[in-house]
Unconditional design. Structure first.
Length: 256
């Protein structure tokens, strides 16, 4: 699978996906139509499908224009997001397999950031929208800490460590600054932060990450770390469950 990273808006990423030899692309989370149309033109391909990870406008703002520009485009999203994802034609449930334009993905229900968030896993990659970022996770706008814990540390963590993680925003450098604050002695965080600083200095994107990297550096996937637990212990009260720890880390990140 060929993945073209398409910067959109100020710090969003959309992704144009192509199977080998295909002339019809799949796009993940088109924030706006113009950058997608430009990349499709550069690649000499047309559009066959849109995969929406959730309903927020900065991920689906280009859906309607693209569906109009390319008639017959299938627009995938979670079933519960019916009416919230523009031009949606396909209504997915957890675990559904989709075969589209020569590519195959499994739908993973990952609520927390929103109630209808999904990831698309296949072809050695996972597209996580705003649930799992490189070094972080999305704010809990509609979901609960327990849902986010399960989405990150059970559902996504079960994927192979080699899985490439393509997320929805360029937040990596700031996320790693928070990760270093939470775990000052974590050498993996320091090493990745240095690599990311070099990438950004060269004007490069910091995606994809890998699931192994996230398990080593992402504080929201490291809620069993003694250093992280100590950092948030004063705000935990009697509930010291993994979900409560994640919730406390999320509050700390919101204030950081």
């Amino acid at each position: 699978m060929q993945v073209t990273v398409v910067p959109c808006l100020t710090d969003n990423y959309a992704y144009v996906l192509l199977a080998p030899g295909s002339k019809r692309a799949v796009v993940v989370d088109p924030s706006e139509a113009e950058p997608i149309e430009r990349v499709l033109g550069e690649l000499g391909v047309t559009l066959g499908a849109i995969l929406a990870t959730h309903h927020h406008l900065d991920h689906v703002g280009g859906n309607s224009a693209l569906a109009e520009r390319f008639p017959g485009t299938k627009v995938f999203g979670y079933a519960s997001d019916r009416g919230r994802i523009p031009a949606q034609t396909e209504f997915l449930e957890n675990g559904a397999t989709i075969d589209v334009e020569g590519l195959s993905f499994r739908t993973l229900f990952i609520p927390g950031h929103t109630k209808g968030a999904v990831a698309y896993f296949g072809e050695g990659a996972v597209f996580t929208g705003d649930t799992l970022f490189a070094g972080g996770c999305g704010r809990l706008f509609e979901g609960t800490p327990a849902q986010m814990y399960e989405s990150l540390n059970i559902t996504l963590a079960a994927l192979p460590d080699s899985t490439l993680v393509y997320c929805g925003h360029e937040y990596t450098a700031s996320n790693l600054r928070f990760a270093a604050h939470m775990e000052p002695e974590n050498a993996a965080v320091a090493a990745k932060a240095a690599r990311v600083a070099e990438q950004r200095a060269r004007g490069e994107v910091t995606v994809p990450s890998t699931l192994a990297d996230e398990k080593a550096t992402n504080p929201f996937m490291r809620v069993d770390s003694s250093a992280i637990i100590e950092r948030v212990s004063s705000s935990l009260g009697d509930d010291r469950s993994p979900a409560a720890i994640l919730g406390a880390v999320r509050v700390a990140k919101d204030k950081f």
